[in-house]
Ligand binder design. Structure first.
Ligand code: COA
Length: 331
């Protein structure tokens, strides 16, 4: 029987900004401490893009992923960038990256599902490959959430960081085995960030005052609600993708979850009755990098030689929307 067509990750890459901001350094900006931040989130440091743009970070991550996959930019059919923090509404970050890396044949567009963005983009790429429309797809998660933070709000500014991660996904007989995706717009108010293009907005003579677009766009979050949502839904959707693919938990090498908070990951491990050691974490170094966190961690594990051909991995993302989902793949 002919093997079913799916998508396999053939290369990973990542890039983080140079500037490293420790919790101690942050405590000079807002009333906080390393002890408070680390005990509640597992974060010690984060990178902040003082000079780099989202496209700069994304392009570097993409180059490194293509190098590992041993493919040329001209071979890329589609380039997807998952981001919610690109500097430009258009041209999209994906088109900026396409120009920088010379992926001249590729279609390119951005996708925004906040912190679930990379997972949803990977799922989209998978669907394209399964359909037979494309052969080689570059999927990037890139963020500069430092642009969207209120740096006077200690309950949010300590949580996030900037960075990018990328994978090359190629049509193959093995690789992605299944995926589940969910959204609940009715609970969207627990994590929000308005668009802040006030200059254009306020010159519109037809806008009613009450409809005017806010001056600053900054992220607002009901932390405990987001926490409860994640700890409940992440294990559920992981169970769902395991059932969908007929896979036992014992077969899973690693659960590669969105790196929001170490307590969320520990909670998910507990609910799944799986050892915490199967949930690699790097939020200590990078904080929550939103759509970049999963590919950043995947690249780190890959570079450290921790992923072997045939390993089964579950990827799971969750975040604003609300959105969440899980994907199971064979490395
Ligand atoms: N440093 C010191 N104190 C802080 C602080 C900080 N950075 N941020 C908040 N506090 C204070 C609050 O002001 C509050 O003080 P009060 O009791 O005097 O009013 C106290 O700490 C407790 O605040 P609370 O918001 O209840 O804390 P918490 O235990 O819920 O922890 C989070 C806050 C954000 C760490 C936690 O809710 C969380 O991890 N949520 C999930 C967030 C997340 O991962 N989001 C992204 C998902 S994609």
């Amino acid at each position: 029987m002919a093997e079913q067509r799916t998508g396999r990750i053939t290369g990973t890459g990542s890039c983080v900004p140079d500037l490293c901001i420790t919790n101690e350094r942050l405590s000079e900006v807002v009333d906080t401490s390393d002890a408070w931040i680390y005990s509640r989130t597992g974060i010690h440091r984060r990178r902040i893009a003082a000079d780099e743009t989202v496209a700069d970070l994304a392009a570097e991550a993409a180059k490194s992923a293509m190098e590992k996959a041993k493919i040329l930019p001209e071979e890329i059919d589609l380039l997807l960038v998952a981001t919610c923090s690109g500097e430009m509404l258009f041209p999209g970050t994906a088109c900026q990256v396409q120009a920088r890396i010379g992926a001249v044949r590729a279609a390119a567009f951005d996708m925004n599902a906040a912190c679930s963005g990379f997972l949803f983009a990977l799922g989209t790429a998978w669907a394209y490959l399964k359909s037979g429309l494309y052969e080689k797809i570059l999927v990037i998660g890139a963020e500069k959430l430092s642009r969207l933070l209120d740096w006077g709000d200690r309950s949010t500014c300590v949580l996030f960081g900037d960075g990018a991660g990328a994978v090359v996904l190629e049509a193959d007989g093995k690789g992605i085995m299944g995926m589940v995706q969910h959204a609940d717009g009715n609970k969207g108010q627990v994590l929000t960030c308005p668009e802040g293009h006030e200059t254009a907005g306020s010159s519109n003579p037809f806008l009613r005052k009450t409809e005017r677009i806010p001056n600053i766009s900054s992220l607002e979050m009901e932390g405990q609600e987001v926490f409860k949502f994640a700890v409940k839904q992440v294990p559920r959707c992981i169970e769902e993708v395991l059932a969908q693919t007929g896979t036992a938990k014992e077969e899973i090498r690693y659960y590669i979850l969105h790196q929001a908070n170490s307590r969320i990951l520990s909670g998910a491990a507990k609910r799944l009755q799986e050892p915490e050691g199967k949930f690699p974490m790097n939020m200590e170094e990078y904080g929550n990098t939103s759509a970049a966190s999963i590919p950043l961690l995947l690249d780190e594990l890959n570079r450290e030689g921790k992923l072997q051909r045939g390993d089964k991995l579950v990827l799971s993302g969750f975040g604003a929307g609300l959105t969440w989902g899980a994907l199971l793949l064979e490395w």
